[in-house]
Design a protein around this ligand. Sequence first.
Ligand code: EPS
Length: 387
Amino acid sequence: MAIRFLTAGESHGKGSFVILEGFPSKMALLSEDINIELARRQKGYGRGGRMLIENDQVEILSGVRNGYTLGSPITLFVKNKDYENWQKVMSPDPVEEKIMNFLRRPRPGHADLSGGIKYNHRDLRNVLERASARETTVRVAAGAVAKKLLKTFNVMIQSHVVQLGSVQSTGNGFQKNKINEIADKSPVRMLQKKDETRAMRLIDSAKNKGDTLGGIFEIYIAGVPVGLGSHVQWDRKLDGRLAQSLMSMQAIKGVEIGKGFENATRLGSQVHDEISYNKRKKFYHLTNRAGGIEGGMSNGEPIIIRVAKKPISTLRKPLSSIDIESKKVIKAAYERSDVCALPAASVIGESLCAWVIADAFLEKMGGDFMEEIQQRYRFYLNHVKSF
Ligand code: EPS
């Protein structure tokens, strides 16, 4: 592990924090680089009232001076504007129980019940505040720093939604370097206009029914050099690291590298990507069903990952649950939430992948300051070309 980070913060507390460690010095970094990504995370059709309150902006508290990283830990803070409305409930100092308004009706699919039992909380708000996807603000901030590093080395990470509920939308026929340009303009991050309209209608109908929706997004990473990650040890494998990181995102239930599930139904001869060579491209593959990773290492082809997100577990028309005090059957708790946060999840997925790729990149290229890494990168590219 070359870089690491730790987040902190409750959804309706003062804000979210992240400390990033291991980034080289002399990397250009502005608040604006991070704010652009934070704004992308806030978008999407189907979000709830919270996004109208928040206007996520980063405050860089350490590790950056005069527009450049210092090599020391970088601390980032994103304020919760909504905290103004929650100061009493979220107060670190004791307040009366009636102000705290205990939450006792666990939502099926949420962390409420397991977290309540595990940490012995009779007020399930103590679980939901940290389980909330609000935490992803600072993971996106961390990812923005990783993206900034990777951009220097021509690694480009993009994403789009390929399925929202029952509505499918492929990226077929689109120029791969234009994915984000198009997806960023779509309220549901779909590349096809006709599918976008159907998806938005589906969100409207779920909203009217007091229900929620999930779906699948695809991440497309270009420019990753061959040999990031390693076959030699389980915890160094790039696919394993990407899957772990993506699965750690709230509500994610599935990760597929390349044509993972489709390949499982085929003969080996119909699956594996044949190897070829020419003077310009050097070694390359004729197809990319492996999704850019073989043996736990990047193979020089674009990395393609699909990620499945379940529908949000806070339902306006709640499912059945049990009151943790009376043990009686009741309806689960409802509080303001999103109907569909899939477009935002797609942006978060980009950030998480950026982090893992930057980590693997720095492991391979090493160095404490940017020029040192650039030199090692050039050396490695020459080695790849002459192999
Ligand atoms: C989120 C903020 C939250 C939710 C959402 C993500 O705001 P609030 O709970 O105050 O409305 O909209 O959280 C969840 C989906 C979840 O499961 O907790 C955000 O900033 O992304």
